[in-house]
Design a protein around this ligand. Structure first.
Ligand SMILES: NC(=O)c1ccc[n+]([C@@H]2O[C@H](COP(=O)([O-])OP(=O)(O)OC[C@H]3O[C@@H](n4cnc5c(N)ncnc54)[C@H](O)[C@@H]3O)[C@@H](O)[C@H]2O)c1
Length: 452
């Protein structure tokens, strides 16, 4: 696909409209599913480069293939083993670049880049990519500090490029259905949200295996990997388990909470919490990590409150889930899993609360208005209802397809730099509170956070 002209072309017609269903009050309501566009011809595809090709980069490349909307041009990484894997995944076709991402950005035959490096590299690479005229898919969290956010927003506006942030769940049908249910008013007023992300394994707590052949200066470039972070001696633990260290990651809040926050913002139409209070600690995994293995955060959004929690020391309760608690019903959403709705059961406690009154007065009260009926409750206790939705294509495939669509139409999708800034900033507020022991408030005018 050549620049500008072909970018303007209209998306080819949507494909199948497989039925989706939603059970409301026992009725089956159908929705059109979110289809993938038909594969484009090679000339009409987005010419794509990848910067950072570890765990997530590999998933994104496979997802990009599945969209049928991209030509996979070049991949850049600091470890040769990852580049070898990129060749394997593309029948040897993709060009490889060892630790020189600026050379990839210099190529005129690349329209857009997918950036999946550790967080400390997000700001510089996004700014360089925008300056080079590329559209950008940047993995979550968009930023490593709150101050990074406005810089990316300004650069995206100035260069008139598309920025899409990679919290993929907002593109899946489950989340669209959840948003519709909230907007319909069926849950009443949602005043409380609980959310959690629990794990109990080595890999789940970020002790990922280190490649067997790793040799700094031979097949791995530590100087490039560490880039803008404070200089420390080479340590492969920091490379492959970087989420455990503040210099490269924000730990639980920016790696996991940021997904939950993005989803909550999308489903409830929220932008930023007014304040955050957090606590936690390294309570079990004393393996040299700096970030907590257990973290609780309370967010005040003004019209609703969020109680978000994560532990790496027990997985027997909910995995990655959000519960929206409304005055008339609740919705339970497992990211990548099921969604259930439960109507609220309401009954007034007139039995116990007036039992201290003289009997005649109790009878008189119960005979007043609807008191007897109210004390008997709203009939049968409701059963949870499964909400059906299409879980294919995968959220990451849909999110990338949405990015390619935005590039062609020159119209941003939902997860813009502003949205990514807010989600990441709410995560950074959690860490500021955890590390200072103070309540952190958000100033929406200056887009900054402060204590108090
Ligand atoms: N959306 C999701 O569900 C999801 C899931 C996992 C990770 N992520 C995000 O993706 C990003 C990467 O995470 P990961 O798990 O893939 O980490 P990873 O360590 O497996 O991969 C990161 C890769 O970036 C490379 N890299 C570092 N500096 C580079 C540079 N200057 N130039 C080129 N390559 C460089 C590293 O060599 C490494 O291969 C993080 O921001 C993470 O939060 C998102």
């Amino acid at each position: 696909m050549s620049k500008s002209t072909r970018r303007e072309f209209m998306l080819q017609s949507a494909t199948t409209a497989a039925g989706l269903g939603l059970i409301l009050n026992g009725n089956w309501i159908t929705f059109p599913s979110t289809p993938l566009p038909k594969p484009s011809s090679p000339n009409d595809r987005v010419d794509l480069g990848f910067i950072g090709f570890g765990i997530r980069g590999n998933i994104l490349l496979e997802a990009a293939k599945e969209t049928g909307q991209a030509n996979l041009v070049e991949v850049c990484d600091c470890y040769l083993g990852h580049l070898e894997r990129a060749k394997e995944r593309t029948d040897g076709k993709i060009a490889t670049n060892f630790a020189q991402y600026k050379k990839l950005l210099d190529r005129n035959d690349i329209d857009a880049v997918v950036i999946a490096t550790p967080d400390h590299w997000h700001l510089p690479i996004v700014l360089d990519a925008l300056s080079a005229g590329k559209d950008v898919y940047i993995e979550k969290p968009m930023t490593h500090t709150i101050e990074d956010g406005p810089k990316i927003i300004e650069a995206a506006r100035r260069t008139n490029r598309i920025v899409q942030v990679g919290s993929q769940w907002v593109s899946c049908d489950q989340h669209k259905k959840a948003r519709e249910i909230v907007a319909s008013g069926k849950l009443g007023k949602v005043t409380k949200v609980t959310a959690s992300y629990n794990r109990n394994s080595c890999t789940g707590s970020w002790n990922y295996p280190i490649p067997l052949d790793l040799q700094e200066g031979v097949n791995f470039n530590w100087t490039e990997w560490i880039g803008p972070a404070p200089k420390v001696p080479y340590n492969p633990e920091r490379v492959f388990r970087y989420r455990k260290y503040w210099d490269y990651s924000g730990g639980i809040s920016t790696d996991l909470f940021v997904h939950l926050i993005t989803s909550i913002h999308f489903i409830l139409g929220a932008q930023m919490p007014k304040s955050v209070v957090a606590s936690g600690g390294i309570l079990f995994r004393n393996d040299g990590r700096e970030v907590p293995d257990t973290l609780d955060a309370l967010f005040d959004y003004g019209t609703f409150c969020v109680n978000m929690a994560s532990t790496f020391n027990s997985a027997s309760t909910a995995g990655q889930g959000i519960q929206l608690l409304g005055t008339d019903g609740s919705l339970s959403i497992l990211l990548g899993g099921a969604m259930t709705e439960l109507a609220e059961y309401k009954a007034e406690g007139y039995g116990y609360s007036i039992d201290s009154w003289p009997k005649a007065m109790q009878d008189a009260f119960m005979n007043q208005g609807n008191h007897r009926q109210e004390s008997q409750g709203t009939g049968m206790r409701p059963e949870p209802q499964n909400i059906a939705f299409d879980d294919k294509p995968d959220a990451t495939v849909l999110h990338l397809a949405n990015f390619f669509d935005s590039i062609r139409k020159r119209q941003s999708g939902y997860e813009t730099a502003e949205v990514g800034h807010h989600a990441a900033a709410a995560g950074h507020m959690v860490n500021l509170s955890y590390r200072t022991g103070k309540r952190i408030t958000w100033d929406s005018v200056s887009s900054t956070a402060r204590e108090g």
